[in-house]
Design a protein around this ligand. Structure first.
Ligand SMILES: Nc1ncnc2c1ncn2[C@@H]1O[C@H](COP(=O)(O)OP(=O)(O)OP(=O)(O)O)[C@@H](O)[C@H]1O
Ligand SMILES: [Mg+2]
Length: 449
């Protein structure tokens, strides 16, 4: 069973064309054979007619035996009442004198002959030809008619394959488009110039995309609303804890601090949830500005500098590129800061963190390179999943990288996280954005602690 629609069509059409070709071939072969036979008969008749016009006397009286070519016609002329032929082109052949007038067949000298007998008042004329010679001539002529079909059939197969491939190309393209649907940018498939047979599929897919987008948006809104609703009671809880703090007896201090930490953790989680819901939200005409990416990078370094210094870390922005991105400034800031704060958070005290910028075609990349422990290769594909944390010993909500990914996708950029491949342990976290306009390479003074 052939699964591919394309192959099914090619085979079906190809077989159909082949059957038509064979039927056509057989009929033209037969027609040509019959036509050639009729021509050969006509020739016998014409030769006989000539003999009647006095040519018979022109045949030598005693022609040498076997002097005639096997393929030639043999002429025998009988006079009435004579037992031997008056003239014959081959005396070795004895044709039946009483053969019926017109065409007949006879075995002469162990060979089959086709004989035309013409009765005249003064003579009987017989013109004969070997059936084997006639068969050879007719077959040869008929075989010639098969050549065009034999040449055309493979060409038609190729043409069928090409036409089917061309016609189904749009289906293949549609498949690729469906596969390339970006969950973070659910766009309906284009319907212009689509063949009528495919249009219903595209309509159904577009309806599905619409429903999916609606349900994703509903989920996003629910998360945003839930986080928002949770924030008020949590703030109240925090206030209550603050008010209670002076009244906690010494023996309960430790447990009370745990309680406050828990409240703070929940607060961070809610903040991250809100940020994720915002980053996932459609742009909906948010005010975009020309964001200087190198400023964002130095800003992110400056933000974590106090913590880095306190932990004896060396953090610096080295290779800088002058590039601008059209975006909501806080989005770009948050994405870069998330990567930098991950590097600070997961690199042990005294570690080194480098930030670099680079251009790659239309994109500008920011690399954040640390010399921390890195991430187990098997876990790497999951780091962008919501709530996934590769290292549960360090506190975190597991949403930071999901936020970064949503922001990158929002602007048509990308984000990657890899273990360093230069022989050192650590992570290279990179984010890219499309550059607003061409900019030059500027080596900014290194900003180091
Ligand atoms: N530079 C890094 N070095 C080592 N591990 C990292 C690094 N960056 C991220 N990770 C791992 O990837 C996980 C996911 O990171 P992500 O930023 O999404 O969440 P988080 O840092 O745990 O929490 P959040 O950023 O929401 O406070 C982290 O828990 C950590 O295990
Ligand atoms: Mg993080």
């Amino acid at each position: 069973m052939i699964k591919s629609l394309k192959n099914q069509l090619v085979v079906a059409l190809g077989l159909l064309v082949t059957v038509i070709g064979i039927v056509q071939g057989v009929s033209s072969y037969q027609l040509s054979k019959t036509g050639m036979s009729a021509l050969l008969d006509l020739r016998l008749e014409q030769v006989a007619a000539r003999m009647r016009d006095g040519y018979a006397e022109g045949i030598p009286e005693n022609p040498a035996r076997g002097s005639q070519d096997d393929r030639d016609v043999v002429v025998v002329v009988w006079k009435p009442d004579a037992d031997l032929p008056f003239r014959t082109t081959d005396p070795a052949l004895h044709f039946p004198r009483d053969a019926q007038a017109g065409f007949s067949g006879a075995e002469v000298n162990d060979e089959h002959w086709r004989i035309f007998t013409r009765e005249e008042p003064t003579m009987t004329i017989q013109v004969a030809q070997r059936s084997s010679v006639r068969r050879e001539i007719t077959q040869k002529a008929a075989t010639q008619t098969l050549w065009p079909i034999a040449v055309l059939l493979p060409l038609v197969w190729i043409a069928v394959a090409l036409v089917v491939r061309r016609s189904l190309r749009q289906l293949t393209e549609l498949g690729a488009e469906v596969q390339a649907i970006d969950m973070s940018h659910l766009q309906p498939l284009p319907t212009v110039g689509v063949p009528t047979e495919i249009a219903p599929f595209i309509d159904s897919i577009n309806t599905m995309i619409e429903r999916l987008a609606t349900s994703i948006e509903k989920e996003r809104k629910f998360i945003a609303d839930a986080a928002h609703e949770l924030r008020t009671p949590l703030t109240a809880l925090q206030l209550q804890a603050d008010n209670l703090a002076p009244h906690i007896v010494a023996g309960n201090q430790e447990r009370f601090q745990e309680l406050r930490k828990g409240i703070a953790r929940s607060g961070k989680l809610i903040t991250q949830l809100l940020r994720l819901a915002r980053a996932d939200a459609p742009m909906n005409g948010a005010p975009l500005s020309r964001v200087d990416l190198s400023e964002v990078v130095t800003g992110a370094v400056a933000d974590v500098l106090p913590i880095a210094i306190a932990r004896g870390m060396d953090i610096g922005a080295e290779e800088m590129v002058n590039a601008h991105v059209r975006a909501v400034e806080t989005d770009i800031g948050m994405a870069v800061k998330n990567l930098v704060s991950n590097a600070v958070r997961y690199t042990p005290d005294g570690g080194t963190i480098d930030l670099r910028m680079r251009r790659d075609g239309e994109m500008v990349w920011v690399d954040v390179i640390d010399n921390g422990p890195g991430i187990e290769e098997a876990l790497l594909p999951r780091v962008f999943d919501r709530f996934f944390r590769a290292n549960p010993d360090v506190e975190g909500s597991g949403l930071g990288l999901s936020i970064v990914k949503a922001i990158a996708a929002r602007y048509g950029g990308d984000v990657t996280l890899k273990n360093r491949s230069d022989g050192h342990s650590g992570i290279v976290a990179s984010i890219s954005f499309p550059v607003e306009e061409v900019s030059e390479n500027v080596i900014a003074p290194a900003l180091n602690t």
